[in-house]
Design a protein around this ligand. Structure first.
Ligand code: GP9
Ligand code: MN
Length: 610
């Protein structure tokens, strides 16, 4: 029976390696898993207990289940999960629909056999007791030999340059390392990483407001920021069979007073939508351990709401979902928001919900009423941060909200569904903007609109093929992570498309330049995309592994095994593959920026910063 489990587990290792795209040092990765399994089963075999078949089955089930969780997580995030995410399991129910989409047969097969093996053991168990009698020596010697082999391999890897690569890809090594890092290692607390005086000064300089183009053109105006769920850049100006997908945003982009950033990227950590909010408002990199709103709920921050409040504004945030989700309710306090209008503050019927909750139209309509209340707080301008929801994956809109004619071949595909959902989101947003005009807010408010993150993954082979076929060019990481940023400044006599590279990290310095307020008590890692003259870079850590870089010219996709030399680099415009070794300096710059920002979060640096 143990032999059967051993064979099945080896098949599962291969499936796991296939699902998690192990491409470097495969033989080492496989051998390590092979010997660990052999060792574990040999230990069980050597025990002198009656129920050892159940112990073996427990081991088998635990490994199978963990592999299954890993590959499902990997399917979405392109990285293996960390033990630190266990605190987030409560969120799983809410994203159930999205998870269902990820459970394909190539992943499910890792656990499908468990009931069959269970039944087999019930029968085999009785038979086994009578027949199994092996010499005591073999029972002891076998695990010892296996342990020696594993130790030998480990020592060899440790002393070679294969260690990083194998330990980042191999099932057991990855999880042991992750648990060790979580519970034992904390390089920041141990003081091995510190921000130097020079680095602090450089960041302080970077954070200053300098006079330049469009500086303070929005001073004294209200600021309305709308974060649109899963709004990617590719639907902008897209026509599907002659039907305009986002007619309202397209019309807006052409208006006077518009700055449209069309080379702008998401920048998320473990907290998805909530990280898009965090990065946008604080110009700090998100945490990679847990959602930043959870891990650093009580840190001191000095982002957009605080800065505006210090300039007399009142700052409220609006989102039509449960207030506990992403720990928003608690985190918003230190983020600087004075009031959070969540699902419980809105009235809606069952008919007025889709997926997560309230449909955008109903949400925006009632938000308008709250904005009037916010406006009446005092004579000063206000800041409203509005987070939409309906265009959430898996984008399955009920028929009554499907307004586009989708060709048969795209019906039910993620692209067909997404086009319907984002078309709806655009329609609702268009109505809201009209409403802002009617209520007299359009001409005295700066309005910024952007997408929180991607909708369709280029990391999923089927989705990538679907998108590449449809768009007629390769749908790669850069197109996937690109979201639009549209800023309307009333009275500005310009209409500009700004195509330099940037990300949500750059929002705060960019909007502060427009609003004309200085960040006096914080530090920002982003750049003002209108005035910054140097080379900017985007340093994603999710979907592309930490160490990846996007610049105006190139994209470096850090290798999955953590070894820079194995990474892929390509020219973003010509898509020509490049020799990655020539771009090490960019990779190191990205790492150093992330580490500095991480230090600020871990040490709650802004609490005592002056
Ligand atoms: C939930 C919403 C969606 O409140 O913000 O979050 P997401 O699943 O996109 O991170
Ligand atoms: Mn989202």
């Amino acid at each position: 029976m143990l032999i059967m489990l051993f064979i099945l587990l080896n098949v599962k290792i291969i499936l796991f390696m296939y699902n998690t795209e192990v491409v470097n040092n495969n033989i080492w990765v496989f051998l390590m898993s092979f010997f660990v399994i052999l060792f574990a089963l040999a230990c069980i075999y050597s025990l002198n207990i009656k129920k050892k078949h159940w112990l073996a089955f427990s081991f088998y089930s635990a490994v199978s289940l963990l592999m299954f969780v890993d590959v499902v997580y990997y399917g979405y995030f392109n990285t293996l999960p960390s033990v630190s995410l266990l605190s987030q399991v409560g969120q799983v129910a809410a994203v159930g629909d999205s998870i269902k989409e990820l459970i394909s047969i190539k992943r499910l097969i890792l656990v499908l056999d468990l009931p069959l093996v269970f039944i087999y053991i019930i029968r085999y168990g009785k038979y086994r007791k009578k027949h199994e009698k092996h010499s005591m020596n073999l029972r002891v010697v076998l695990p010892v030999i296996m342990l020696a082999v594993i130790a030998g391999m480990f020592i060899y890897l440790r002393n070679s340059d294969l260690f990083i690569s194998v330990s980042n890809q191999e099932f057991f090594m990855y999880h042991v390392k992750d648990i060790k890092n979580y519970f034992i290692d904390n390089e920041y607390m141990e003081g091995s990483y510190r921000l130097s005086k020079g680095e602090i000064e450089e960041l302080r300089e970077r954070t200053k407001l300098t006079q330049g183009k469009y500086t303070a053109v929005g001073k004294g105006k209200n600021l309305i920021v709308i974060q649109v769920e899963a709004l990617q850049n590719f639907p902008i100006n897209l026509f599907y069979d002659g039907q305009e997908v986002t007619p309202n945003l397209n019309r807006l982009i052409k208006e006077q007073g518009i700055l449209y950033f069309n080379n702008y990227y998401q920048l998320l950590g473990r907290g998805n939508t909530s990280d898009a909010e965090f990065v946008t408002n604080n110009s700090l990199y998100p945490s990679m351990d847990e959602p930043t709103y959870v891990q650093y709920e009580s840190n001191t921050f000095y982002g957009l709401p605080w800065i505006l409040r210090d300039n007399g504004y009142t700052s409220w945030v609006f989102h039509g979902y449960k207030k506990e989700f992403w720990n928003r309710e608690k985190a918003y306090v230190n983020q600087g928001f004075q009031r959070f209008l969540s699902e419980e503050d809105y009235e809606f019927t069952e008919e007025e919900t889709v997926g997560f909750g309230i449909i955008d139209e109903v949400f925006y309509k009632q938000t308008m009423e709250y904005i009037k209340e916010l406006d009446s707080v005092d004579e000063n301008p206000f800041h409203a941060f509005i987070i939409s929801l309906t265009s959430h994956t898996p984008f399955k809109m009920p028929e009554r909200f499907q307004y586009l004619d989708i060709r048969e071949e795209y019906k039910g595909t993620i692209l067909g569904n997404y086009l319907q959902a984002i078309h709806y989101a655009d329609m609702a947003l268009g109505k809201f903007i009209e409403n802002l005009k009617e209520e007299g807010y359009y001409d005295n408010s700066v309005i910024a609109i952007y997408g929180d993150h991607f909708a369709i993954s280029s990391l999923d082979k089927d989705q990538k093929r679907l998108m590449t076929d449809y768009l007629g060019y390769e749908y790669d990481l850069d197109e996937m992570m690109k979201v639009p940023l549209i800023i309307h400044v009333p009275g500005l006599e310009a209409n500009e498309t700004i195509d330099r590279i940037g990300s949500q990290l750059d929002f705060l310095p960019t909007i502060l330049n427009i609003m004309g307020y200085e960040n006096e008590k914080g530090l920002m890692f982003g750049r003002d995309l209108i005035n910054y003259k140097g080379e900017n870079l985007v340093a994603p850590q999710t979907y592309a592994v930490k160490g990846s870089v996007i610049t105006d010219e190139i994209l470096i996709e850090m290798s999955r095994d953590g070894v820079f030399e194995n990474s892929r680099a390509y020219n973003i415009k010509t898509r020509e593959l490049l020799d990655v070794k020539e771009y090490r300096h960019l990779h190191e710059k990205a790492l150093s920026e992330i580490n500095k920002s991480d230090y600020i979060l871990r040490t709650d640096f802004l609490r005592s910063f002056k």
